[in-house]
Design a protein around this ligand. Structure first.
Ligand SMILES: Nc1ncnc2c1ncn2[C@@H]1O[C@H](COP(=O)(O)OP(=O)(O)OP(=O)(O)O)[C@@H](O)[C@H]1O
Ligand SMILES: [Mg+2]
Length: 498
């Protein structure tokens, strides 16, 4: 048997699957593409997470695009963290190119241009469906972690959350939280300290400064209503295709703290919302984080620990996480060890240090009698990668140098008009982009302060205070929980729209 025949047999056997799978491309021996020796990834294994790595311009983002397309076609919804803003093209079919046809001829699959169902999301004031969370939903622990507070300061945050909960003061945005911080050191100091313990002015001052820093990174844009329901990430269109949610993050590239805040809250929310699945036949949702080094850079030890444990736990909810980054070294070792699929594009060896890193990277791949892995890593062409996956049985597949297929959708971005039309056609944008400014801690505390001042000034003159108190939303006096308040407002809104 020739080496090529032997190679073909090994690939065929190693990548055979009985269930549904997605095809990445065809295996290569030296520089030759072995037509129809397809490198397939079983859907069943995609909750085992993955890595797409490689030097700049080697094809990582296009690989992400290819995977998103085939997942959508298979009815699996996808969320893409579009840090560079180069993924909107998924909504339009490719114009094709002779080079693409040539690529596909070698692989042995005909090229079919197609567009995909895309939802554009944003956490800032860019065009798109707004993704927001309330401060209450964030919770005291996560808020303290994001602000990098000391134990004493975190204790105060916990007290203030408790006070607001007891007093039915909804904490929606950062404005609400700043108000309660100020209230706790002035008008409300004795009331709060009597019931909950000491609140030092030095600590509240320090917390306030950290919040201001977060606001300077535009962190305030993310907090507020209407908060995003993560179930809207798992929609399927009328043709049974998974919706591809493209979250545009172009304006937070230089704001790592905002990026990690947001990532962690989203992961925690997904984790808390999705039911336990075990290992099903297909994932519920796949999440791709492009430029993933941003999540880990400058992240505190606490944050890293939390990310690590979410990566471990979220699998059983049927969620797969894919990290896309230049060098596998960008990902903490504990996270790296959790990743079942590795798609490694070319690495560049400019210096002795680079060569050492490549040697190390090559040792993370299964041994292959067909390749000198370290050498292949530096020689891969654009749109080629070394693939190492898990078979349906969870066994590592043979290492395959792969000629990747081309995206069926446009590799370039949408024009402004195309983007606007896409956003206009969104079914969920009207729900999330509506301006809501309901009574929350800020307004309620301001009234409370005003009222007590009036009482002091007029010594019991009833007229003024009763006029003011009628302005307070009567529902707030009756209901007992923040969730209930949210529910009631949701219903009222729906009724009013009808
Ligand atoms: N699978 C593919 N089929 C056809 N062309 C490809 C493929 N992958 C990459 N290319 C070509 O290579 C270019 C660069 O790819 P891509 O943007 O994915 O690189 P990248 O690794 O994400 O780079 P960066 O690190 O700068 O973000 C693409 O614009 C495209 O022309
Ligand atoms: Mg890229």
């Amino acid at each position: 048997m020739s080496t090529e025949e032997k190679f073909k047999k090994i690939i065929e056997k190693g990548y055979a699957s009985t269930g549904e799978s997605i095809v990445l491309g065809a295996a290569m021996l030296d520089d030759k593409v072995i037509t129809n020796s397809l490198v397939k990834i079983p859907l069943k294994t995609l909750n085992r997470h993955g890595l797409i790595a490689g030097a700049t311009g080697t094809g990582k983002t296009k690989t992400l695009q290819i995977m998103a397309e085939h997942l959508s076609e298979s009815g699996v919804p996808v969320l893409l963290m579009d840090v560079k803003g180069d993924l909107s093209g998924l909504a339009q079919a490719s114009n094709g190119h002779p080079k693409i046809d040539e690529r596909h001829q070698k692989i042995g699959i005909p090229f079919k241009p197609k567009s995909f169902p895309v939802e554009i999301l944003t956490i800032s004031e860019q065009d798109g469906t707004r993704l927001r969370a309330t401060v209450s939903e964030f919770g005291p622990t996560l808020l303290s972690r994001i602000l990098d507070l000391t134990d004493v300061q975190s204790g105060i945050v916990a007290i203030l959350f408790q006070y607001c909960d007891d007093q039915k003061l909804p904490l929606l945005d950062l404005k609400d939280f700043k108000k309660i911080l100020q209230f706790a050191t002035k008008e409300g100091k004795s009331e709060i300290e009597d019931k909950y313990g000491r609140v030092s002015t030095a600590s509240t001052g320090a917390i306030l400064r950290k919040i201001v820093a977060l606001e300077q990174q535009d962190g305030d844009l993310f907090f507020g209503e209407r908060s995003f329901e993560v179930n809207d990430l798992t929609r399927i269109d009328d043709e049974g295709r998974g919706i591809i949610s493209v979250l545009r993050l172009t304006d937070i590239q230089d704001k790592p703290s905002l990026f990690s805040t947001f990532m962690l809250q989203l992961l925690a929310e997904i984790y808390n919302t999705f039911p336990e699945q075990g290992d099903g036949d297909r994932p519920e949702l796949l999440l791709f984080i492009d430029e993933a080094h941003l999540v880990f850079e400058n992240a505190s030890k606490e944050l890293l620990n939390q990310i690590e444990s979410i990566v471990k736990l979220i699998r059983s909810k049927g969620i797969g996480l894919f990290f896309v980054t230049q060098n596998p070294k960008d990902i903490p070792t504990d996270v790296l060890a959790q990743l079942g699929l590795k798609i490694q594009h070319a690495l560049r060896a400019f210096t002795a240090k680079d060569r050492k890193a490549i040697k190390l990277a090559s040792e993370n791949y299964p041994e292959s009698e067909f390749y000198d892995t370290a050498q292949v890593l530096t020689e891969l062409g654009i749109g080629e990668a070394l693939v190492s996956a898990l078979s349906e049985k969870g066994i590592p597949t043979p290492l395959a140098k792969t000629m990747l297929r081309a995206p069926m959708s446009r590799m370039d971005i949408l024009s402004q008009i195309e983007l606007e039309n896409l956003i206009k056609s969104s079914k969920i944008a009207p729900k999330y982009n509506e301006q809501i400014d309901r009574d929350s801690a800020y307004e309620i505390l301001n009234r409370k302060i005003e009222e007590s001042e009036v009482v002091v000034a007029e010594k019991g003159t009833k007229k003024q205070t009763s006029r003011k108190s009628t302005r307070m939303n009567p529902i707030l006096k009756v209901v007992t929980s923040a969730t209930f308040i949210r529910g009631v407002f949701g219903i009222l809104n729906k009724v009013m729209k009808k």
